[in-house]
Design a protein around this ligand. Structure first.
Ligand code: KIV
Length: 284
């Protein structure tokens, strides 16, 4: 964190202003204990709908509900004070119309206290992004691989062919012009992510989109070694907490079975007088 201690959160406008200056550090957070640990180190905490897969064990993000996002969003906002907190709008809660998106986004903002929302989509969602940003809701865009569309597109690297690259570029430009404060670019080939970072007026936040982006985001569980069996190629591992759990839990189980836990330091003894009474002897 910078030497100057912040007394308020970073805002979406301040994130936008970072373009071309310092790299923007972003991570996902779904719970209070994790948010508390990340808050001072990152610029932006995303309560991503990836929580459906990471926390709830879903195969995709499609089953995530607005209620889930609100519950986790409140926990993350409550446990942080420095990072800009952005909450994903889940599948089915915003695509139908700009008005539907506004209702969902307004509820999420009001019930969590977050600073903005993220939604997936390109050209087709630009009118919705425009509608929200004109009404006071900061929007983080998300193009390239869009996990909510996985049933239609699969999990594929984007922008390999000229046709695909033109589509991602059109999506990125449309969302930028619609007023998004920054843009997540997911699983997209390096030269395209680099070009978009140069062309767009807003910061690009890469996930599997190269170091050329203005910032980076990863799923926290993936960098801590707490992800599932399938950790994506773009996620670097910075710790092996899964291995630490695999050692700690059998040690606890062995202690309980051997009656080594709890030890005297973990129990509440009575004061001497009560101890004598409990023993049936006379005090004093
Ligand atoms: O849902 C999520 O966590 C995301 C990021 C990883 C970009 O969309």
């Amino acid at each position: 964190m910078s030497e100057i201690t912040r007394i308020r959160r970073l805002t979406p406008r301040e994130i936008t202003a970072r373009k071309g200056a310092e790299p923007i550090v972003c991570l996902t957070a779904y719970t209070a204990p994790i948010a508390r640990r990340l808050d001072a180190e990152v610029d932006l905490l995303l309560v991503g709908d990836s929580l459906g897969m990471v926390l709830y064990g879903f195969d995709t993000t499609v089953g995530v509900t607005v209620d889930m996002m609100v519950a986790h969003g409140r926990a993350v906002v409550r446990a942080s004070s420095h990072a800009c907190v952005i909450i994903d709008l889940p599948f089915g809660s915003y695509e139908e119309s700009p008005e539907a998106a506004f209702r969902t986004a307004a509820r999420v903002m009001a019930e969590t206290g977050a600073s903005g929302v993220k939604l997936e989509g390109g050209v087709e969602m630009a009118p919705t992004v425009h509608f929200l940003t004109r009404r006071g809701i900061p929007v983080l865009g998300h193009v390239g691989l869009m996990p909510q569309a996985v049933n239609a597109t699969g999990f594929r690297v984007q922008g390999k062919s000229a046709e695909e690259a033109a589509k991602v570029r059109a999506d990125a430009q449309a969302i930028t012009e619609a007023g998004a404060f920054a843009l997540v670019i997911e699983n997209t080939v390096e030269p395209l992510a680099r070009a978009l970072t140069k062309e767009l007026a807003i910061p690009t936040i890469g996930i599997g989109a190269s170091a050329a982006c203005d910032g980076q985001i990863l799923v926290t569980e993936d960098i801590l070694g707490l992800g599932g069996a399938m950790v994506p190629r773009f996620a670097k591992s910075y710790a092996a907490l899964g291995g630490a759990i695999d050692e700690a839990v059998p040690a606890y189980a062995d202690d309980v079975r051997a009656r080594h836990f709890p030890g005297p330091e973990h129990v509440y003894p009575l004061a001497p007088v009560e101890a004598l009474k409990a023993d049936g002897r006379r005090a004093g």
